[in-house]
Design a protein. Structure first.
Length: 60
């Protein structure tokens, strides 16, 4: 459970840029991190990954 929370928190800013990947305004998720910035594309795969991780944690 601790590892699942740690991985999920990557979306919420616990990453090397300390930037939130999930966009609460759109409900989407940015495509990932580059070396110095967030990739601002919001693809379906990223959003689905975020939602699956969130639903998994909420189910525990």
């Amino acid at each position: 459970m601790e590892k699942m929370r740690h991985a999920f928190n990557w979306f919420l800013g616990e990453n090397h840029l300390h930037q939130i990947i999930y966009n609460p305004c759109t409900g989407g998720c940015y495509d990932g991190l580059e070396e110095h910035n967030v990739n601002l594309n919001q693809g379906a795969e990223s959003t689905v990954s975020y939602l699956m991780a969130r639903l998994t944690l909420e189910g525990e």
